[in-house]
Design a protein around this ligand. Structure first.
Ligand code: PMP
Length: 407
């Protein structure tokens, strides 16, 4: 009996180019299977996934609890419209409000961009329109979220974008104070800038942003799409004492990515009065808060709690930062928990990503000299140690010269 051979990565890649819009460039490989922090490509090659779908796969791949939650919910009640409510949706909203530790209301979406669109519209309901955002920010690709994203290359082809957004240098308290005024609806900040290459501000920055916003009657809006849901070792990065030196109580928090461990979901949480700014008819979504996505998110929150994965993110993240930083070809390491960034002594991040993939590890080049690592929170010690053992060899193969580097 003959069996039909399964297509190779090369064949899939050709078909991809023929069928999909070229927005991402050619895929680095074509993945067919995952388990824990491991994935396999169509040629049968195995990789340790140190990117986790860009800070999404908190429980890794094919986690039995996530699979069971999704399966069970789909067998029970898969989708309803937002004319109706469901138990997972309500329970998840309550859980998120509890984790935030403030009186808040939630609007569910399907992605980070949509969570930010929701928040952007919410800020317009204050009667003010100006948003003060930061240079190096990333808030998404839809037109509203793009208007809040500073990178010129992303913005320029799509102008005009929704207006009244000003950008100030990230981490610069004085620049923020100079830009915020009585016309400002909200100050929008990422607690760590992930897409810019894991840039961590001083611990006083978020408390200062809150003070400056509130002095002018503006809202403090934190984009925790990448940093939220345990990624940095706290439920929300703004609650992490490693990142802030005083309590921060944001008015709006947007989350997505890791929330349902890979099932699409996002959420806009708004505290106190700002949670009540929308009236019926002001906003909507077909899929947002779908019972399956909400059940998946509840399973993620349960496993993160039961398996103490926030503490694990802190410990294993520290180990990874210390380990990669011992090589003199790494200029500095940054981050908190399992959102790890490092700067190379030469702009060879793309070469490092390719060399890592050849060695069986998936990492990301956030900028030409910055590498980002955001693995599943279930990454084992053995996988972390295997990566650290391979790291000097990866840098060699990427053409980063040992000689001439001052340790
Ligand atoms: N905000 C931040 C901080 C992000 O990191 C991202 C995704 N990289 C987004 C918003 C957009 O999320 P999505 O791609 O789900 O629309």
């Amino acid at each position: 009996m003959t069996t039909t051979p399964t297509p190779s990565t090369t064949e899939w890649t050709e078909r991809y180019a023929g069928a999909l819009m070229n927005t991402f460039g050619p895929p680095k490989t074509v993945l067919v299977k995952g388990e824990g922090a491991h994935v396999w490509d169509a040629d049968g090659r195995e990789y340790v996934d140190l990117l986790g779908g860009i800070a999404v796969n908190a429980l890794g791949h094919a986690h039995p609890r996530l699979v069971a939650a999704v399966t069970e919910q789909l067998q029970t009640l898969g989708h309803i419209s937002n004319f109706f409510a469901s138990a997972p949706q309500i329970t998840l909203a309550e859980r998120l409000v509890g984790l935030l530790g403030a009186d808040a209301r939630v609007f569910f979406t399907n992605s980070g961009s949509e969570a930010n669109e929701t928040a952007f519209k919410l800020t317009r309901r204050t009667g003010r329109t100006k948003i003060v955002a930061t240079e190096g920010s990333f808030h998404g690709r839809t037109l509203g979220a793009l208007a809040l994203t500073s990178k010129e290359a992303y913005r320029a082809p799509f102008e005009p974008l929704p207006g009244d957004v000003v950008f100030v240098p990230y981490g610069d308290e004085a620049a923020l104070a100079a830009a915020v005024d009585v016309d400002t609806a909200a100050v929008l900040v990422e607690p760590i800038q992930g897409e810019a290459g894991v840039i961590v501000p001083a611990r006083g920055y978020l408390p200062a942003a809150q003070r400056i916003a509130h002095e002018h009657g503006a809202l403090l809006w934190l984009d925790e799409i990448q940093t939220g849901v345990g990624r940095t070792g706290a439920w929300f990065a703004h609650q992490n004492p490693a990142l802030v030196d005083a309590p921060v109580t944001p008015d709006i928090v947007t989350v997505a990515k890791g929330l349902a461990g890979g099932i699409p979901i996002g959420a806009c949480l708004a505290t106190h009065g700002s949670g009540k700014l929308f009236d019926p008819g002001n906003h909507g979504t077909t899929f947002g808060g779908n019972p399956v996505a909400a059940a998946a998110a509840l399973a993620v929150l349960d496993v993160l709690t039961e398996d103490d994965l926030l503490a694990r993110a802190t410990a294993i993240g520290a180990r990874l930062r210390a380990g990669v930083g011992t090589d003199a070809r790494v200029r500095e390491t940054r981050g908190a928990g399992l959102l790890v960034g490092l700067t190379l002594v030469e702009p060879k991040a793309a070469e490092v990503v390719a060399a890592a993939q050849d060695a069986g590890f998936i990492v990301n080049a956030a900028t030409p000299e910055r590498i980002r690592i955001a693995p599943p929170l279930v990454l084992t010690d053995a996988d972390a140690e295997a990566f650290l053992a391979a790291w000097p060899r990866i840098l060699d193969h990427a053409g980063l010269d040992q000689t001439g580097v001052t340790p």
